[in-house]
Ligand binder design. Structure first.
Ligand code: NAI
Length: 274
């Protein structure tokens, strides 16, 4: 509990899902201020207001992480207002699903802008501030799809693999300068991202059908993330499925993609019916 007391944290994508749960958990652990940053300004305001109503300290910020200047301004302004920035949670992200053959360059650009460039902007801005102050922890959210191949979300997996590489490499570079870097790789978490997913392959039935998937609650996910942050883990895997598949990918790289074979076959069957 003491670990986060009186610290200052920015959480991107704080209006919903994992980001929201992180903001709530951090405030319960005594942070001096949590900046709830999101493109959804009203959602961010509601999360910050719920936290302050319960006696915590939070501030809402309207932020599109694909805008480099805006991300840098938020980071610099936060650090100068509080005299420090302890945590930068680069959590916001979007998902685009469907087959690669249906995906246009505009889809690639959009997902790279948010999931990769957005994380790069947050990381570089926070890193400069943290190197200068000599401490800080950057926590980037990737995915299980950043550790193992996942068909039907190829562009998403591309961005998440890049976020893992960015984070693990910078971790080695930043350690002696006092800056910690961790990357979060969750499996399935119950949040708004599945409803918001853009499917580039048009099917008659909704896909994926997530009703049969056993998903973890976002609050449990946030607690596992913060436990990993306290332990300064390099890669914080969340859910038993993510831990298993990552292990399988390292042990049998050729077998791991077969785990998604059934989903791919179902998808192709739906495609031929449509
Ligand atoms: P969510 O959809 O509930 O929350 C994402 C938040 O990011 C939303 O509040 C949204 O408004 C915000 N956002 C989207 N684009 C933005 C932008 N350009 N600038 C600022 N904010 C933006 O989804 P969830 O699941 O909480 O996602 C959080 C992170 O977790 C994402 O990076 C996602 O890829 C990752 N993740 C989620 C998994 C899941 O099963 N839910 C599994 C693995 C990774």
């Amino acid at each position: 509990m003491e670990h986060f007391k009186d610290t200052v944290a920015i959480v991107t994508g704080g209006a919903s899902g994992i980001g929201r749960a992180l903001c709530e958990e951090l405030s319960q652990r005594g942070t001096a201020e949590v900046i709830v940053a999101d493109i959804n300004a009203e959602g961010a305001r509601q999360v910050a207001s719920a936290i302050t109503t319960r006696g915590g300290r939070a501030h809402a910020a309207h932020l599109d992480i694909s805008q480099a200047g805006d991300v840098q301004k938020l980071v610099v302004d936060t650090a100068s207002k509080h005299g420090r920035l302890d945590y930068m949670f680069n959590n916001a992200g979007i998902a685009i699903g469907g087959e690669m053959r249906d995906m246009g360059l505009e889809h690639w650009r959009r997902i790279l802008d948010v999931n990769l460039w957005g994380v790069i902007y947050g990381t570089t801005s926070a890193y400069k501030v943290m190197v200068k102050q000599g401490f800080g922890h950057i926590v980037n959210t990737a995915s299980l799809a950043g550790l193992t191949p996942v068909p039907l979300i190829t562009a998403y997996a591309t961005t998440k693999h890049a976020v893992v590489g960015l984070s693990t490499s910078l971790r080695a570079e930043g350690a002696e300068l006092g800056v910690k870097v961790s990357v979060v790789c969750p499996g399935f978490i119950r949040t708004g991202i599945i409803d918001a997913i853009v499917n580039v392959t048009k099917l008659e039935k909704a896909y994926p059908d997530v009703s049969s998937i056993n998903m973890m609650d976002a609050g449990d996910c946030a607690r596992i993330i913060l436990r990993g942050v306290v332990r300064n883990k390099a890669i914080i895997t969340v859910t038993a499925f993510a831990c298993f598949l990552w292990w399988l990918s390292r042990l049998h790289p050729a077998i791991a993609p077969l785990v998604f074979r059934k989903r791919l076959n179902e998808f192709r069957a739906l495609r031929s019916e449509s």
